[in-house]
Structures are given as C-alpha cells and as structure tokens.
Design a protein around this ligand. Structure first.
Ligand code: ATR
Length: 287
C-alpha cells in the first residue's frame, strides 16, 4: 500500500465523474502518480446521476478542485456545464478532462491524444503523413479520428459494421478536422485494397474484448508485415488481433497505453508536470 502525502488544507482535489464507476483504473493510476512525485493532490471517484450533473459541476468549480475526468454517461452533456471548450474537444463533441482555474472551467478531450502518444511511444512512428485504417465508429473512434486529422495523418479510412455510421463520421472529420477521411464497407475486398497502402491499422471496435477473447475484427490473411497494428481493447492486453499481427511480424500497440497516456495528458493539465507514465502503467497492469 502506498503512503499518501498527508491530506491537509493545501491538498488539491481531482476526480472522476460518471456512473457507474466500479471498474475504473483512474483513481489508482493518478494517486500512485501523485505520490511518486510527492504532489499534494488526491483523486476521488465521484458517482453522479444525470439529473445532478449541472449542480455537481457548479459545486466542484467553487471547491478546492483542480479539475476532473469525465466518463460514461456524461462525456457529451458535460459540455453544457463548462465555461470554455478546447477546439479539439469541440470537434470530437465530447469532453473527458476538465480543468478549473480560479473557478473557470475548461473542457478537453485527451482520448485521441492518449492514443496517438501511446502509438508513437510504442512503435517509434509519428502519425504525420501516415495512411491509417480505423475499424469501428463509436466514441473512441471519433476522438481518435479527429485527433489523427489534427496531427497531420495523410489519409484516414473508416470501416464499420454499420456502414452509414462510418460515412457520417468521415464527413464530420472532413468538415471539422481536415479533408483526409473516407469510409469503406466492412468487407474483405475493399479492406484488402485499402490495406495495401496502409501504415497503421487501429481496432476501436469491441471485438476481442473479454469474454469474446477468441475473436478478431479482421481476418489474418488481410494483414501484412509492414503494418503497425493497434488495439484499443485492453482486457485482455494482448488481444487475438494483436496475436495474429505478431505472427505476421507486424509491430503491435496494446490498448493499455491509450488508457495511461490519456491519463498522463490530464495529469499534465492539472499539475503542469510531466506524468510518470511507468508508475501509471505499474498501477494498472494485470499481475
Ligand atoms: P466506444 O464508445 O467505446 O468506442 P461503442 O460506441 O459501443 O464503443 O462502439 C462500438 C464499435 O464496435 C461500433 O463501431 C460497433 O459497430 P456498429 O456501429 O456496427 O454497432 C463495433 N462493433 C461491436 N461489435 C461488433 C462486431 N461483432 N463486429 C463488428 N463491429 C462491432
């Protein structure tokens, strides 16, 4: 058990707003990081019902909170409760991190940045000028696609089981981010054609997540050794997709990295210090 810096009148609070919060890694990850750097901060889980979100956020802004994270189901509606929204979070249409400075609240989205940072550290590649194929179209895909567009990816192709959603997201990225995105159906032919020129493949679907650990969102024969293959599923850390990618000698990027680096970006916004990412990994890695 870590020794916590004594809580006193100087302690700055941060936390996680959502409901339910049962499974969250964030309190352990952040509190371990604060302790490691000797920072007088404390991270609290705060369960908030839909109808109380406005009241709670107004109260936190008047207390000794430096900010907070936001998770399901409040990531979209929180935007109506804040003073300022960062342009990337506005384009994504969701906020996962809030800062409070002299009572002024600003919303950010560090999910896509967390993914990009994790990818760049694990693979040694930068996303600028890369061709990227994104599988899936949920909230995480949206954050990742907008961030990749902002960071200069040369082409983003979105491929989703429900094709219409891929077209909608692709249009949004082209309008609000940069004109670099297109959609294709989730079928072997079009996927194979696109993969020929793809540098980075990213799975944002839930396929392969516990308990369906044997499933992969893409068939092995479509992969080639020049791909960097990323999965944002982190339970299990080494998904079926990553296992087949390894057999094809692709570089692989596990989903735990995105979790840590989105937290590291929030940590920096609250503390203005670089986050100790190895300590954060240590707090959440399965035994
Ligand atoms: P999140 O917000 O975490 O990104 P989500 O909104 O639940 O997650 O999105 C899940 C994604 O996984 C969707 O793109 C979904 O495809 P649909 O839009 O067609 O529903 C995709 N997904 C889930 N199960 C899938 C499956 N068995 N095969 C292919 N895609 C699947």
């Amino acid at each position: 058990m870590d020794q916590h810096t004594p809580i006193d009148t100087q302690t700055k609070l941060v936390g996680l707003l959502g409901r339910p919060l049962g499974h969250s890694f964030s309190p352990a990850m952040h509190n371990r990081a604060f302790n490691a750097l000797g920072l007088n901060y404390c991270y609290l889980p705060i369960e908030v019902a839909d109808q109380d979100l406005e009241t709670v956020t107004a109260c936190l802004a008047k207390m000794n909170f430096a900010g907070y994270n936001v998770t399901i189901p409040h990531k979209i509606r929180i935007m109506d409760c804040l003073d300022t929204i960062d342009p990337l979070a506005k384009a994504i249409g969701a906020v996962n991190t809030v800062t409070i400075v002299n009572g002024h609240t600003t919303g950010f989205n560090t999910d896509g940045l967390g993914f990009v940072q994790s990818l760049e550290v694990a693979s040694g590649l930068t996303v600028k000028d890369k061709d990227i194929l994104l599988l899936g179209c949920g909230g995480a895909a949206r954050a990742i696609a907008m961030t990749l567009a902002q960071q200069g990816a040369s082409r983003i192709t979105i491929c989703n089981r429900t094709e219409q959603k891929a077209h909608t997201l692709s249009l949004d990225v082209n309008r609000q981010g940069r004109d670099c995105c297109k959609a294709i159906p989730m079928m072997a032919g079009p996927m194979e054609t696109v993969l020929g020129d793809t540098d980075i493949l990213v799975n944002t679907t839930s396929v392969g997540m516990h308990p369906q650990e044997e499933q992969s969102p893409i068939e092995a024969h479509l992969l080639h050794g020049n791909l960097v293959v990323c999965d944002i599923v982190y339970n299990p850390p080494r998904t079926q997709l990553l296992k087949i990618a390894q057999q094809k000698e692709c570089r692989i990027v596990e989903g735990l990295g995105m979790l840590v680096y989105q937290g590291a970006a929030a940590f920096k916004l609250w503390t203005e210090r670089e986050a100790p990412v190895e300590i954060m990994f240590g707090a959440i890695r399965p035994e």
